[in-house]
Design a protein around this ligand. Structure first.
Ligand code: GTR
Length: 359
């Protein structure tokens, strides 16, 4: 029987995750090869990530007692020795609970470098037993069409013909933070979640999809060119996003404006890169620009790969959920919080619970 979700997905005419471009069927055995093909397809959107640095050094700048002594606040400078020569450095702020055991951690790609911040409830996360490491995306490259900074001048290329967009540079930096977090004795390498909101949710999906050392990937309200399907999407479309933010993407992506049905992929391909790892897609009910239904359907469509690999994917009762219901039964978590576009305490609590109670 076709469920309501099957029917909604059928109407979008999505490219099939489980067929190679040449038509060959995808199996559990050849999934790794299909994954590589999907990565190549998605590079038409974001470009490839810049090459990993030759080495990264970590310089501790400060350490102070924090949250009434429950945690330490540490600032570290990550010094990346670039393959092409020269260094690129940026700061990371960590709130690490004072405990003798290994801890689950969040890596937050944030809009600001403040700790705490309106999007970063660091004391609450400490009380829930999590370490959190955050960096400000503007310390990586500016969120505009300026390509003078070190990374952008090295890796974006010319404005008229961008080899990769700024999302790829922010994603590259998130992976450097992962390199750092994995060196800390407090880190439990089995529980490292990458999280971003909105444009930084798009970034989290890209970095987390590509680097399998992230054990959980969380997209909060990432919408267009993030979690949401592009075909028949409400609110923001490829045309709208590419007109305003061409520098987030590889140049050719704009050719799909108003031609979403010609894309050889859709955003569920990006989500499927996380399989069989934990993935969480969070929407906000009043965020019609991001389009909660298209975010939800994308998570449903990515479920095919989780099932191929023997996991549950999104467990949804075959209906899009009501507001504030947490779908936590599968390896893909989902909720649609009430209210507007925001990374709220409700969202953080749901993510922490999803990670802690397992799925
Ligand atoms: C909007 C953009 C969205 C989303 C948002 C944000 O202006 O259209 O795609 O990324 O910004 O990052 O807050």
């Amino acid at each position: 029987v076709l469920t309501m979700i099957d029917e909604l997905l059928r109407q979008r005419h999505l490219p099939d995750l489980l067929r190679f471009i040449d038509g060959e069927k995808v199996t559990r055995e050849n999934w790794d090869k299909r994954r590589e093909e999907i990565i190549r397809l998605l590079s038409q959107e974001y470009g490839d990530l810049p090459p990993a640095p030759v080495s990264v050094n970590f310089l501790q700048k400060s350490e102070e007692s924090f949250c009434a002594g429950k945690a330490n606040l540490v600032e570290t400078i990550l010094i990346c020795n670039l393959k092409e020569g020269g260094e690129f450095s940026f700061p990371v702020k960590s709130v690490i609970p004072v405990k003798d055991e290994k801890q689950p951690s969040f890596i937050l790609i944030n809009f600001h470098d403040d700790v705490p911040d309106r999007y970063l409830p660091s004391e609450e996360l400490c009380d829930l037993g999590f370490a959190v490491h955050s960096f400000c995306y503007k310390d990586i490259t500016s969120d505009d069409e300026n390509y003078n900074g070190k990374l952008a001048s090295f890796y974006c290329g010319k404005k008229e013909n961008l080899e990769r967009g700024k999302i790829a540079l922010w994603a590259w930096a998130a992976i450097r933070v992962l390199d750092f977090v994995l060196t800390l004795p407090e880190t439990d390498p089995e529980e490292i979640a990458l999280i971003g909101h909105s444009r930084l949710g798009k970034t989290a999906l890209l970095a987390g999809g590509l680097d399998t050392r992230f054990t959980t990937v969380i997209s909060n309200n990432s919408g267009c060119s993030g979690a949401a399907l592009s075909r028949d999407k409400e609110g923001e479309t490829i045309k709208k996003i590419f007109n305003r933010f061409p520098y987030w993407f590889k140049s050719g992506y704009g050719e799909y404006a108003d031609k979403e049905h010609e894309l050889p992929f859709d955003q569920h391909f990006l989500l499927a890169l996380c399989a069989p790892r934990k993935l969480y897609i969070a929407s906000a009910a009043l965020d019609s620009w991001a389009d909660p239904l298209s975010e939800f359907l994308s998570a449903s469509a990515a479920t095919a790969v989780y099932e191929l690999l023997g996991e549950k994917g999104l467990d949804s009762d075959n209906l899009p959920p009501e507001e504030n219901v947490l779908l936590h039964e599968g390896i893909i978590g989902y909720h649609k919080r009430s209210g507007t576009h925001y990374l709220s305490r409700f969202d953080w609590n749901a993510f922490a619970r999803f990670i802690k109670t397992g799925c």
